[in-house]
Design a protein. Structure first.
Ligand code: SGN
Ligand code: CA
Length: 517
């Protein structure tokens, strides 16, 4: 099969393994390669124990990593959901796929990797959070959550209309995924996208996990009380645990009399849609916590610390359910002898703040939200194991899947196939800089528009808009928490000149013009 040589020379040397992966494979007698792409929402690397052991344990994710690979420098190019999903589908930066922020409209008629895989004979399925307008194209089977979806008794849009499904969303999505696998056309290779709602706000736990992490005290990140000195845009955000996290809506203190902005929408919405039995179990858990909260009358710093602890507890319960459900998928594949010829990918639509800088949410080009977890359990014939340290980005997923399937990578795709990294190939010419661009302002959480470059050691960001026009520079080696903006510091003058030239080169490479901002 003919292939497109991409930006870097190493991709010219595609392996026999990749070529054999798709339609040519039947001739060689090897099993075709399947793909299961599991993407969660807002899952911070900090809460996956093969990345970070401070807060929790995720045995099933850790097993995928220990049997496969863990990317330690995996990033997104625009840290927000809709755009991230459009990047996944197209392998292109936001200005090219048209989905710059959550309010944009995704052109479903454009080229996507599932369409190309389907054309090459793959059976394709999309189950869970879609978060792009319209209905999915290029999938033999799909069932999607409307918008953000709900944690309890979620509705799913299907080809036959919208249907409500009883239960907890992470379990329901997994059930549907396994159901697809069970009923698929077993003569074809498959590509299943399982897109979870969890761990998105408002972090509602499965009933079975309500007791998890209760009583555990989490250590706050060192920069929790950040005052944003020298970082004007960071000071203007509205995603602070202190000021913007709602005691009722986010932290479930309904009926406590706490000051609330959105409390009613929790009571009528996310909680309101539970059935009586679910509510009874939920209340039996939260009522004593609410009672204690009312009695304690916390104020000031003590209240903020309490909010942080509740946030961590609720969030980690949702992670536990995800991890359990990933175990269920793994068990199914094992039982059905599919592990040896299936690529299992685990990632999130972006990273998330677990109190770093005092925040929840994402959007910024700072490390916690620009990074995203990326774990792959590889088909047997791909020999790489352990950690992959090269800088990869979500634009790379689409070309990787096409490459794996032996499908020609269209020349307008901007990402790079990761296969050379997974096959222990020499990768001396791998990229050494990433481009990032965030556009959703005005918007929720008030993060100003910005773009920038990240190299292995430095990050240069420009925030722009009506009320901000600033540059920031970080030395990630000396200042991994990005607290010290070095822009304007005499000692880094030359570094800024070099980085600006590199940034301009990246913008040229990805064909972004000022009119795209
Ligand atoms: C919702 C959330 C926000 C979140 C956005 C985008 N508010 O609007 O906190 O930043 O989604 O998230 S909520 O009140 O509806 O929970 S994204 O991951 O889908 O992009
Ligand atoms: Ca998200």
């Amino acid at each position: 099969m003919k292939r497109t040589i991409q930006l870097i020379p190493v991709l010219g040397s595609l392996s026999v393994t990749a070529v054999q992966a798709g339609s040519d494979v039947k001739e060689s007698g090897e099993k075709p390669l399947n793909i299961i792409y599991i993407m969660t929402d807002d899952h911070a690397q900090q809460t996956i124990s093969c990345y970070d052991k401070r807060y929790n344990r995720t045995p099933n994710l850790d097993r995928l990593a220990s049997e496969g690979v863990r990317f330690t420098n995996s990033f997104v190019c625009n840290s927000i959901s809709g755009p991230s999903r459009a990047v996944l589908m197209t392998g292109k930066h936001s200005h090219k796929n048209g989905m710059k922020d959550n309010s944009c409209s995704f052109d479903n008629d454009q080229q996507t990797f599932p369409k190309l895989l389907q054309k090459a004979g793959y059976q394709t399925a999309m189950i869970g959070k879609w978060h792009l307008n319209g209905t999915p194209q290029g999938f033999d089977y799909w069932e999607i959550l409307p918008g953000q979806g709900e944690y309890y008794n979620p509705d799913f849009i299907t080809k036959d209309g919208t249907k409500r499904n009883p239960g907890y969303v992470t379990n329901v999505i997994t059930d549907k995924g396994i159901h697809f696998l069970e009923n698929r056309d077993k003569n074809k290779p498959f590509c299943l996208l399982l897109h979870h709602k969890a761990v998105h706000r408002i972090w509602m736990s499965d009933l079975k996990d309500l007791d998890a992490y209760e009583g555990k005290k989490f250590k706050m990140p060192k920069n929790f009380w950040d005052e944003y000195n020298g970082r004007e845009a960071a000071g203007k955000q509205e995603m602070s645990i202190d000021k913007n996290m709602d005691l009722v809506y986010d932290l479930k203190m309904k009926g406590s009399g706490a000051k609330t902005w959105y409390g009613e929408s929790f009571v009528k919405g996310a909680y309101g849609r539970m059935d009586e039995e679910q509510k009874r179990i939920w209340d039996a858990h939260y009522d004593p916590i609410i009672k204690k909260f009312v009695e304690d009358k916390l104020e000031g710093k003590q209240l903020v610390e309490w909010k942080y602890q509740r946030y961590m507890t609720d969030y980690l319960k949702c992670v536990k359910s995800l991890d359990d459900n990933i175990g269920r998928v793994y068990d199914y594949l094992k039982k059905n002898d599919l592990l040896s010829n299936t690529l299992i990918v685990y990632t999130s639509d972006q990273g998330f703040y677990m109190g770093e800088h005092g925040w929840f949410d994402k959007r910024f080009m700072y490390e916690e939200s620009m990074r995203t977890p990326l774990i792959m359990r590889l088909p047997e014939r791909m020999k790489k194991r352990g950690t992959v340290k090269e800088m990869v980005q979500n634009i790379d997923y689409a070309p990787t899947f096409l490459d794996l399937a032996g499908v020609e990578i269209p020349s307008d795709i901007q990402g790079m196939s990761l296969l050379p990294l997974l096959e222990n190939k020499k990768t001396d010419h791998w990229r050494n800089a990433l481009y990032y661009h965030y556009y959703e302002y005005p918007g929720e959480h008030a993060v100003r528009r910005h773009y920038g470059i990240r190299t292995e050691r430095y990050k240069l960001i420009r925030f722009y808009g009506a009320d901000v026009n600033t540059w920031e520079l970080y030395d990630l080696k000396k200042d991994p928490m990005e607290m010290n903006n070095l822009y304007g510091n005499e000692q880094y003058k030359d570094r800024v000149v070099t980085l600006k030239a590199e940034l301009e080169a990246l913008q040229k490479q990805y064909d972004i013009k000022e009119s795209d901002y």
